[in-house]
Design a protein around this ligand. Structure first.
Ligand SMILES: [Zn+2]
Length: 109
């Protein structure tokens, strides 16, 4: 679980390390971190959640493409009984898998 960042609702200033109740040093917006008043950590969490879903979808579709390319390459190779279709498919599939791996790593951030 990512730690929630308490941000000023008005200007988005990071209120970490300040008193539970006070005013934003940036814009003077009153906040209460106990009740969440004047803060927008929940908004940020919604955005974060949507972003995570998008990243997960990107990773999964890249893995899906890799599998599709491998399957097509294997099928073509089987059809023509020779050639380098599967070899090319493996190379392209590996590229997609690499991209998926990169995407997966960045998913955590
Ligand atoms: Zn502010």
């Amino acid at each position: 679980m990512e730690p929630q960042l308490p941000l000023c609702r008005k200007c988005g200033y990071d209120l970490t390390g300040l008193n539970d109740v006070g005013r934003c040093p940036e814009c003077g917006n009153p906040f209460n971190s106990k009740s969440g008043k004047g803060m927008r950590s929940s908004d940020k969490e919604d955005m974060y959640y949507a972003d995570r879903i998008f990243r997960r979808a990107r990773t999964l579709s890249l893995v899906g493409f890799a599998a599709l390319v491998l399957a097509c390459g294997g099928w073509v190779q089987w059809l023509v009984q020779g050639g380098r279709a599967f070899g090319v498919a493996v190379a392209v599939g590996l590229l997609f898998l690499l991209a998926a791996l990169t995407s997966f790593v960045y998913e955590k951030e």
